[in-house]
Design a protein around this ligand. Sequence first.
Ligand code: 4AD
Ligand code: MG
Length: 441
Amino acid sequence: MDRVWIEDIGQHVGKKVEIRGWLFNKRSSGKVKFLIIRDGTGFLQAVMVKGDVSEEVFERYGELSYEDAVVVFGTVKRENRAPGGYELLLEDIHIHAKALDSFPIPKVRPENIPDVGKLFRYRHLWIRSRKQWSILRIRDEVESAIHDFFAQRRFRRFDPPIFTPASVEGTTTLFPVPYFDEGEVYLTQSGQLYLEAGAMALGKVYSFGPTFRAEKSRTRRHLTEFWMVEPEVAWATLSDIMDLAEDLLVYIVERVLENRRMELEILNRDISRLEVIKKPFPRITYDEAASLLLEAKRKGTPIDFEYGKDFGSDEESLISHRYDRPVMITHYPRTIKPFYMKPDPKDPSKVLCVDVLAPEGYGEIIGGSQREDDYEALLRRIRQEGLPEEEYSWYLDLRKFGSVPHSGFGLGIERTVAWITGVSHVREVIPFARTPEKVRP
Ligand code: 4AD
Ligand code: MG
């Protein structure tokens, strides 16, 4: 008899198999007992009919509680009415480990219970539910799609450090960490500065890792610890990396549609909203987006936007709701963007940057730019921002020794997965979310 994973059950139709997992759910209609078994790779309905199994096995139904670890034996049957399309005709069941307590997460639609705080207290158990399982599998697919995308294009993975002595994205969101005799260093906000060094050494690089921002913003889009993928390309201009960002997003969505359709259905995701994610994405400038917002404001939309300000989440939603695919906004005012962005030679009050806003109001999922490659201009910007010059001397070296145009971007994994899964809050799309008020479990 083969021991199989539920995911592969379709290859064993008509055969006797062993499955090791947990009791997810059970129900009885007198002579027929249904057990839902989960093994991590899937959920499977196992059926036993009185008379078809021994009395002893049939009676074991009564002993079973939620999340008992069980080993089941039976014959695989194709069954169109069963979720997943297969069923197990149960012959025997062993209880490997009884649950010691009653399971704290309701089995039916846990997401509908009003106390979300309780669900997050039991996050370590909540991830066993169908919806959370689906979200985490989609996250995994997004992550492998990203690696495959960059591997196919011969990018080299380049891992920047997490302990860093200087800021990338502004000094207000740094997390200080005591570091031996050095005093304080910070958890990285972005690997970008190191990736620029990497691009000059290896040409096309990307990183994929955790990044940290001490942001007090209690929004549906902010975590204090989140994962970012950051490509950086030597000789690339803003328009080159915009094409790259577009290709990456189209590829990610295609992969999820190809491999995680069942999970999207479990989440009741409107799949037609993903099927339209094709090239080309609309491209507009900050000025165009600003006129659109000012026009809406004139007509009475309650937003406090003023020309020259950054877009808040209300503004981003207003803009993105006009399109069915991600919208790329370029040329923001220099004053609201970080020091490393290159000013537009045609209008130096703007920088060569791009923010990509996801559809359906999910907000900014990508931020990128062409980098300042002129030594003097970069030094001036570092001084203007009042940044500690000595900490950036190595970064300035990249402009001393064969400086070339180069560009890159950062894509936030959680915001991207929230958009693709249709989940409203980013804290549900990472296994254990970190926010200002949450560091447990
Ligand atoms: O726009 P950001 O700040 O860009 C950078 O960090 C650049 N240095 C990246 C680069 O060019 N290599 O962040 C990039 C993305 C955002 O678009 C967003 O998706 C995500 O990271 N992000 C967050 N996600 C969750 N919680 C937060 N607090 C986030 N801050 C940024
Ligand atoms: Mg940004």
